[in-house]
Ligand binder design. Structure first.
Ligand code: SF4
Ligand code: FES
Length: 223
C-alpha cells in the first residue's frame, strides 16, 4: 500500500506499522519500549505521531498502516508527548542514564536534559549475585523489553514484570534473582535494555561492585 510520511511517498507491505513506514521513509521516531526483534508492546508512548484525520497523536509502533495514510512524525503535539514521557521516566531515576544508553540518546535527540519534576526516585537496589549479569533495579523504566526478549527470543521465561506505576519493575525468577531463576545467561535482556538496568557485569564500572568487574567468561551465544 502507498502512504505519505513527512511529505514523502512510501510503499509498505500489508501489516506494516506506522513506525515501519516512518523508518522506511528515513524519519526518526523516538522509541523506548520498542525492539524490532520483538512484537510491539505499546507501553511507553514515546513514539507518538500525527495521522491526518485522527484527532490525537497515535503510537507509531502499534498502529497499522492504511492505504493513503498521511503521517507527520514531526508533529509538535506528538513531540511534546514524547518529551513529557522521557522527562517523567528520567524523574524516577536516581541518576542520569549513562550517555551510551538508548534512553540517554533518545532524551538527547529530543532535547530533554533532565526533568522539571523532582518527585520520588527509585531506591538503589542492585542484584549482583549472578556471575555474568547485573541488575540495577533503580534504572528500570518498565519498558518490558527484557521480559519479552527472555520469553520471545530465548524462551527462557526467567523474567517477570512486577508491581504497578512507580513500583513497577522486573523480577528474575520468583524474586530470588537471576542466579536461582531459569536464566540461561544468553544476555538477550542486557542486550535490549535501554537503560543498562540489566547489563553484563563485565561492562559495569567497578564502582557499583565496590571493586573491579569480576573475572567471568563471555555470555553464552543466543540460541
Ligand atoms: S530491566 Fe531494562 S529492559 Fe527490562 S523492563 Fe527494566 S528498563 Fe526495560
Ligand atoms: S515505542 Fe511505541 S509505545 Fe513505546
Amino acid at each position: 500500500m502507498q502512504l505519505t510520511v513527512d511529505g514523502l511517498q512510501v510503499q509498505v507491505a500489508d501489516g506494516a506499522t506506522v513506525l515501519d513506514a516512518a523508518r522506511q521513509a528515513g524519519a526518526w521516531v523516538p522509541t523506548l519500549c520498542f525492539d524490532e526483534r520483538q512484537a510491539p508492546f505499546g507501553a511507553c508512548r514515546a513514539c507518538m505521531v500525527a495521522v491526518d484525520g485522527t484527532p490525537k497523536p497515535v503510537p507509531a509502533c502499534t498502529t497499522l498502516c492504511r492505504e493513503g495514510m498521511v503521517i507527520d512524525t514531526n508533529d509538535p503535539a506528538s513531540r511534546r508527548v514524547a518529551r513529557t514521557v522521557v522527562e517523567l521516566v528520567l524523574s524516577e531515576l536516581p541518576s542520569a542514564p549513562a550517555p551510551h544508553t538508548e534512553l540517554a540518546q533518545v532524551a538527547a535527540r529530543l532535547g530533554v536534559s533532565g526533568s522539571r519534576w523532582s518527585g520520588a526516585v527509585h531506591p538503589v537496589d542492585h542484584d549482583l549475585r549472578h556471575p555474568y549479569l547485573a541488575f540495577q533495579h533503580e534504572l528500570c523504566i518498565s519498558c518490558g523489553r527484557c521480559v519479552r526478549a527472555c520469553d520471545e527470543v530465548q524462551g527462557a521465561f526467567a523474567l517477570t514484570a512486577v508491581g504497578r506505576g512507580f513500583e513497577a519493575n522486573v523480577a528474575a525468577g520468583i524474586g530470588s534473582g537471576f542466579l536461582e531463576s531459569s536464566c540461561v545467561s544468553c544476555g538477550a535482556c542486557a542486550d535490549t535494555c535501554p537503560t543498562d538496568a540489566i547489563t553484563e557485569r563485565l561492562l559495569l564500572d567497578g564502582s557499583i561492585n565496590g571493586g573491579p568487574p569480576p573475572e567471568a567468561p563471555r555470555l553464552r551465544e543466543r540460541r
